[in-house]
Design a protein around this ligand. Structure first.
Ligand SMILES: [Zn+2]
Length: 431
């Protein structure tokens, strides 16, 4: 299997994938799933998939697909691939990552293991400031290389669509450089990347005493330039003590809307912020949500916003409490799962690991976790019409696992059973 790019190449070939032991289609519409619908994974045993021009033509039971009129018409040009009993899923949609950094934060890691506090870690030269120095001094090409490396690691674990945030530059030049690096990495990767501007990650050190002046800079200089350059689809804000206040968050969301940029918010990770006014700004997704009041859970369920849970951060920071996934699902919120891949609090880009944490620590069913990691993740990026299920008309983004049963995915935690990924109808080199 060779790495391929969609750019300047002939149309992807017509392919018949057959002898799939279990095919998880996620058939059932392109809207985000809620409540009992989060358990509907469209499972087909002995499945087959027809692909042409990078898109799914049909997916279903092998006996039916082999009789499909399209197969008879295209028999000659059709490449038949025997999946030899593998498990096939829609490629994972990782709807929350921070890949624009240059180095791991090992000081944080060692200090935390030794029991140090966040303040002690910062004083020892760790924390977000360490990532800031690396990104500000890095060339765009070097940063793009790091991001591309992360995309390849994601793909090796079955991920085919990735949301990628800036947020470790925190000045206009470094944030724009980060977004250009994300774009450059995306052009070299056959999967799909959605860029998010997270200039509002934390106020940078030079604005520590005057965070409102940083918000001014972000709104007046950075947002217009990012919008004009088409460098991001989303604007994100970290609404939290020590990051940005609710008032600052609402100002940035309103400013983003003026520039026709869609929004998402990190909220409720360490402390509660009432969600009512944030939801009124119509963000596409609210992420983390560890600290929620009962009325926040109700308001979320009644809204269109996706509740994106990031249990990798809880695991790595060893918090005792995980986000209330069960309450959110049972009341009807649309829940997505993502890695939160970042050097400080969640250095994993493995969606199977996140599935394992979701089932063991947050008591999601395997089916709910799979929905959250595919179709609901796609909806968190407003890509539900193209991604997240193996159904006719969608992009042929697939993940292949050397497993017999989908429930084994979160069961065998810490091991990678992904043996291939397909993006837009082409197999990608697992590198
Ligand atoms: Zn994050």
């Amino acid at each position: 299997m060779k790495a391929t790019s969609n750019v300047h190449e002939p149309a992807a070939p017509a392919i018949l994938l057959h002898r799939i032991s279990q095919l998880v289609t996620m058939a059932g519409g392109e809207e985000a799933r809620r409540g009992p619908a989060m358990r509907e994974i469209g499972l087909i045993r002995n499945g087959a998939v027809l692909i042409s021009g990078g898109q799914i033509v049909a997916a279903g039971a092998q006996s039916e697909i082999l009789r499909h009129p399209w197969v008879r018409r295209h028999r000659r040009e059709l490449i038949e691939l025997d999946c030899r009993g593998k498990l096939v899923l829609p490629g994972f949609v990782d709807s929350h990552t921070h890949p624009a950094f240059t180095a791991p934060r090992l000081i944080d890691f060692e200090k935390r293991a030794a029991g140090a506090s966040y303040a002690e870690i910062a004083a020892a030269g760790g924390g977000i400031r360490a990532s800031l120095t690396g990104v500000r001094s890095s060339s765009e090409a070097k940063l793009a290389d790091h991001i591309l490396g992360a995309l390849h690691q994601a793909q090796a674990q079955g991920t085919t669509t990735v949301e990628a945030k800036s947020g470790y530059g925190l000045d206009a030049a470094s944030e724009l450089k980060s977004l250009r690096a994300i774009r450059s990495a995306a052009q070299q990767w056959p999967g799909t990347v959605v860029a998010t501007f997270l200039g509002a990650h934390v106020p940078p050190p030079e604005f520590r005493e005057k965070p409102d002046a940083y918000v001014d800079l972000l709104c007046r200089e950075m947002l217009p330039r990012i919008s004009r350059g088409g460098l991001a689809r989303y604007v994100d804000v970290f609404c939290e003590q020590g990051a940005f206040t609710l008032a600052q968050t609402l100002r940035i969301l309103a400013e983003a809307a003026k520039h026709k940029l869609r929004t998402r918010v990190h909220v409720g990770q360490l402390s509660n912020t009432p969600l009512e006014t944030i939801l009124a700004a119509r963000p596409v997704s609210l992420d983390h949500l560890d600290e929620l009041r009962r009325e926040d859970i109700r308001a979320l369920a009644a809204s269109d916003a996706i509740a994106t849970l990031l249990p990798g951060a809880n695991y790595f920071l060893a918090t005792k409490k995980y986000p209330p996934a069960r309450k959110l699902i049972d009341i009807g919120a649309a829940v997505a799962l993502a890695t939160d891949y970042n050097p400080g609090t969640a250095p994993t880009i493995s969606m199977p690991m996140i599935l394992s944490l979701a089932t063991t620590q947050m008591k999601m069913t395997v089916e709910e976790a799979l929905v959250a990691a595919t179709i609901n993740g796609a909806c968190a990026l407003e890509l539900g019409a193209r991604k997240g299920s193996v159904t006719a008309g969608k992009d042929a983004d697939l993940a292949f696992f050397e497993l017999d049963d989908y429930r084994e995915l979160p069961y065998w935690f810490g091991a990678n059973h992904c043996v291939a990924t397909m993006m837009a109808g082409r197999f990608a080199d697992l590198g």
